[in-house]
Design a protein around this ligand. Structure first.
Ligand code: ATP
Length: 578
């Protein structure tokens, strides 16, 4: 909230003015009664002797000032609260985007989405409602007590006597409330994860007719949330009940004592009225504080989770400053060396995925990675993109350790054409420009032509402005791939990673895609994660990977000639024995 402190203090001043005039109300109300009893007039500090009508008019004026103050403070606090929230949302999202892949490997997407939305909504309640309320209660509590004290010290002592009990209760219950709140938010995140995951894969859910199964899974999670929330509610209820009993007990004592005083003639009727009104102010403020306190405890539970995200360390995007070779080339040549690289995923430190991988790609070469499922092919490309760093050995790019390049610069030298092309809900133009944000229309069209995408794009009535995704057209698999290729062409990377689609396209579509790919690969070092061996006959090298090791390397002909080779076995599975 620091950037908005000016506005915050303005709100505080308005609130203070409004609440102070609120405190004048019992004073004037008491005076009204005294005036009635004393023959129509009474004298007031600062204002002198006033008639009943004058007092009523003064009351109306103070009420107007109180309303104006409340209006201004409500506006200022909402402004501050909402602005701070918008910043918090952006900061959390920005932080999430910048977190390393390791983090995403260990969390579920739905849980993260839940943190960003529900936890921040909880904080919103606290910032916009509770905070101004708390400030107002402080004024009422402080002012009310002070004004009571000027009337009767013994009564004030009675009021204050209940405080230690109340504070002790607040601390005791607060701890429990905070724990339950955190647990509720965690359970909520669990159930939200299920919603997100199933909606993302709705086609699978329906094709397996698993709607009922998913609903039950969700209900279980939902009931778990409910159970924790109800437990928290019980503690809250006990707390509030206890608080109210203590509070009204206090008020009862004050009233009883006040009545005795009135009977003895030590207090006037107006004074007692004033007294009772102030006591309800103070009592109301205390009761509100109890509710606010439990609200704050809930929010602290929620902020812990958001702050966990804000505290995570992000990817380091700067090159090590002490590297002697740190002058940046304009562009990479594209030489890639895996030098005895070993690696295991941080999530599973006891399961090594790559062992001593040796692999060299000279600039412009095409390397195919083949091997059984789970062999480690995608892992190699993940290391190349520096989603992870090797545990042992090194990844050298143009002869330098990959870690000596600034991360974003390095990734900008590469392009990934994945199996599953992610298209955003914008226009085709925007989707292609994702390869190089800010690219002009000519460049986009040139890339689309090279990617064999121009013709099908122009066949849509709105051409490049056609919306894709939920609110637009759905593109076929082959069309999506060609958009992805256009994106990569626009990016013009030195190193290319193709994760070849497993599903085969029809031969016409496949020819168009292959043709576009050939153009894309020209002059770039390319790693092809190949599932269908037919598409990689003319690459420069094939690296056969099995169990995280490079077991064979060579050209298609060389490898096919090896009698007991894994490549030969894999290709005889795909093409039949020769
Ligand atoms: P496929 O051809 O089926 O895509 P692949 O050769 O690309 O397989 P990888 O995806 O590299 O295989 O996986 C290699 C091993 O690493 C597998 O045993 C897999 O279970 C494991 N693995 C992959 N990703 C992760 C991850 N994020 N966290 C932990 N283990 C992982």
């Amino acid at each position: 909230m620091r950037p908005y402190r000016g506005r915050f203090f303005a709100g505080l001043v308005a609130l203070f003015i409004g609440a102070s005039f609120g405190l004048v109300f019992p004073l004037l109300a008491g005076a009204l009664i005294d005036a009635a009893i004393n023959g129509g007039r009474t004298s007031l500090p600062l204002l002198g002797s006033l008639t009943i009508n004058q007092i009523a008019l003064t009351l109306a004026v103070t009420i107007s000032i109180q309303a104006a103050g409340s209006f201004n403070s409500a506006l200022s606090f909402s402004h501050v609260g909402q602005s701070a929230l918008a910043d918090l949302r952006s900061a959390t999202y920005g932080r999430l985007l910048a977190l390393p892949m390791t983090f995403f490997g260990q969390r579920r997407v739905g849980e993260l989405a839940s943190r960003v939305s529900t936890d921040i909504a909880q904080i919103e309640g606290a910032l916009i409602d509770s905070l101004p309320q708390a400030c107002r209660q402080v004024v009422f509590l402080g002012g009310g007590l002070a004004l009571i004290a000027t009337t009767s010290l013994p009564l004030t002592a009675v009021m204050l006597g209940t405080l230690p009990l109340l504070i002790g209760a607040a601390v005791f219950f607060g701890r429990r409330l905070r724990r339950f709140s955190r647990e509720t938010q965690d359970r909520l995140a669990d159930s939200q994860t299920i919603v997100e995951e199933t909606l993302q894969a709705i086609a699978s859910v329906k094709s397996f007719a698993n709607e009922r199964f998913e609903l039950e899974r969700y209900s279980t999670a939902n009931h778990a949330t409910l159970a924790v929330a109800l437990q928290a509610a019980r503690w809250r209820a006990v707390f509030v009940a206890f608080f109210i009993a203590a509070l009204f007990g206090g008020i009862l004592i004050v009233l009883w004592y006040g009545a005795l005083q009135l009977q003895a003639g030590a207090l006037t009727g107006g004074e007692l009225t004033r007294f009772v009104l102030y006591t309800t102010f103070v009592g109301g403020a205390m009761a509100q504080s109890a509710e606010l306190f439990s609200q704050v405890q809930k929010t602290v539970g929620a902020t812990q989770r958001v702050r966990e995200i804000l505290r995570e360390s992000v990817e380091d995007n700067s090159a090590p400053a002490n590297d002697p070779n740190a002058t940046q080339p304009e562009r990479l040549r594209g030489e890639v060396t895996f030098d005895r690289v070993s690696f295991c995923y941080p999530a599973r430190p006891d399961a090594p995925v790559l062992h001593d991988v040796e692999l060299v790609a000279r600039p412009g070469e095409r390397i195919a990675l083949v091997g059984p499922s789970g062999a480690g092919k995608s892992t190699l490309t993940a290391l190349l993109l520096r989603f992870y760093d090797p545990d042992a050995g090194a990844l050298l790019i143009d002869g330098r350790d990959a870690r000596s390049y600034p991360l974003h610069w390095l990734r900008n030298q590469m392009a990934l054409v994945p199996q599953d092309v992610l298209l955003f809900g914008g226009s085709i133009r925007e989707n292609i420009a994702y390869g190089r944000p800010g690219a002009d229309d000519q460049a986009i069209e040139a890339a689309a032509r090279q990617a064999n995408a121009h013709d099908f794009i122009m066949s849509f009535p709105e051409g490049y402005a056609t919306l894709v995704g939920d609110r637009g057209i759905k593109l076929s698999g082959g069309q999506r791939q060609r958009i992805a290729i256009a994106r990569a062409l626009l990016k013009n990377p030195a190193i290319l990673i193709l994760d070849e689609a497993t599903s085969s396209l029809d031969s016409e579509s496949e020819r168009l895609v292959q043709d576009a790919l050939d153009r894309l690969m020209e002059g770039r070092t390319t790693f092809v994660v190949a599932h269908r061996l037919a598409t990689i006959r003319d690459v420069d090298h094939i690296a056969v990977i099995d169990g995280g090791r490079v077991v064979e390397t060579g050209t298609h002909d060389e490898l096919s000639a090896r009698p007991d080779g894994l490549y030969r076995r894999l290709s005889s599975l795909q093409f039949g024995p020769r």
